[in-house]
Design a protein around this ligand. Structure first.
Ligand SMILES: *Cc1c(COP(=O)(O)O)cnc(C)c1O
Length: 401
């Protein structure tokens, strides 16, 4: 007998990120890895952490990995290892997650914000050169910020959304001015620069985050510093255990920046799948690009592209969109997840008001904050879901919203 009631028409929801879909595919392996750690009852800095350090160092083309408690602590420990302290200057981008600048400020140092390249959203080398040329001078081999008299010690580019900053030009500027380089690679594990150089391996220290929404995500907070310099690796290891060596003998004031075994065990399982997941993200990105062009909305939204010779790992797929806020509302009504990364550029955050920046500084960062939107790009996105995202965007512009 045929039922007369129809299936209710279910809308196809598309979250911005679906970690349950990822977990569903690897649950037995993860549970086994967790059971193994539980059986050993060694939870902090054990064999899984050591193994993960070796694997991530190898994966990112570095000699050393030092597991830490988060991406934020990776940045903090890196700056501490390079002896950034009160009054020092750190040149960085105005457009990033807060931790990039927050860690600088927590050490009493001053973030020197530079604008972004409007195409890649990454730190502009021309902007860095301009800042150095107009505001700084070399004195006895050190770069001095003329406004404050402080020593500018570090250049901290961010590989935003999964694409590396213009490292060749930035490294050249750093060399010429005696700056150390910390790569904020929190969103960019496995991203490559021409010559197959991976994120984290070009500067003095690279910093990764394993926050759950990053491409390699833990079941909580976790992070890592990578470096090719044995002295820095040693210093980072000391800093993460309150600056002690041997135990209870403190050489410097460090912190508790330790990584735990359960997180390392999860990450070791997931690392095997990372390249496959990255390929899916890249395929999804190609699909969006082609579909938006074909649908004729290319004038209304501009899609992200990988720079020549670079491997973009698409931690986020961020478009620049006309009437961005209305588009976001429209997507929300159609149950399509989206997010603004980031609505307020760093130089205009209220907690940094005392640094004296205004909206005339870093105009491209401010424009990006007003115009960009991240849409779903995660590897488990289905073809139906992607079509739904595209048609929802197209509908918005076709209806002349
Ligand atoms: C996520 C992120 C961080 C901080 O990492 P946590 O693990 O969340 O502390 C730092 N910088 C950038 C650019 C990030 O995206």
């Amino acid at each position: 007998m045929k039922l007369l009631t129809r299936e209710p028409i279910r809308r196809l929801a598309v979250p911005l990120l679906d970690l349950q879909a990822q977990y569903g595919a690897i649950e037995p392996e993860i549970m086994e890895a967790l059971r193994e750690v539980c059986a050993r009852q060694q939870f902090i800095l054990g064999p899984r952490v050591t193994e993960l350090e070796e694997r991530i160092a190898e994966y990112s083309g570095c000699r050393y990995g030092v597991g830490v408690s988060s991406g934020t602590d990776a940045l903090l420990a890196a700056l501490m290892a390079l002896e950034v302290g009160p009054g020092d200057g750190v040149i960085t981008t105005a457009f990033s997650f807060f931790a990039t600048a927050g860690t600088i400020a927590r050490l009493g140092a001053r973030p020197l914000f530079v604008d972004i390249d409007p195409k890649t959203y990454n730190l502009s080398p021309a902007g860095v050169e301009d800042l150095i040329g107009t505001q700084c001078e070399m004195r006895a081999g050190r770069l001095i910020d003329r406004n404050t008299g402080g020593v500018v010690k570090v250049l901290m580019p961010v590989h935003l959304f999964g694409q590396m900053a213009a490292m060749d030009a930035l490294m050249e500027l750093a060399r010429r001015h005696g700056l150390r380089v910390v790569e904020d690679a929190a969103q960019a594990i496995g991203a490559e620069y021409p010559g197959r150089r991976r994120a984290g391996s070009i500067g003095d220290i690279g910093c990764f985050s394993f926050f759950p929404s990053k491409n390699l995500g833990a079941f909580g907070d976790a992070g890592m510093c990578v470096t090719n310099d044995p002295t820095l690796a040693e210093r980072l290891k000391i800093l993460r255990v309150h600056g002690s060596r041997p135990r209870y003998h403190h050489l410097v004031v460090g912190g508790n920046f330790r990584l735990d075994e359960l997180q390392a065990a999860v990450l070791l399982v997931k690392l095997k799948y990372l390249d496959g997941w990255t390929r899916r993200r890249q395929e999804n990105a190609r699909y969006y690009h082609t579909a938006f062009q074909k649908a004729g909305v290319g004038d209304h939204i501009s899609t992200p592209r990988a720079m020549e010779g670079c491997r973009h790992i698409f931690n986020q797929y961020v478009v620049r969109a006309e009437r961005r806020d209305d588009l976001k509302d429209h997507l929300t009504r159609a149950e399509v997840g989206s997010e603004i990364y980031y609505p307020v550029p760093l130089h205009l955050q209220r907690c940094f008001a005392h640094f004296g920046y205004g909206s005339a500084h870093c105009p491209e960062a401010l424009r990006a904050a007003r115009e960009t939107l991240a849409i779903p790009i995660y590897p488990e996105l289905t073809a139906d879901q992607q079509r739904h995202v595209v048609s929802t965007v197209v509908e918005f512009y076709d209806d002349g919203h």
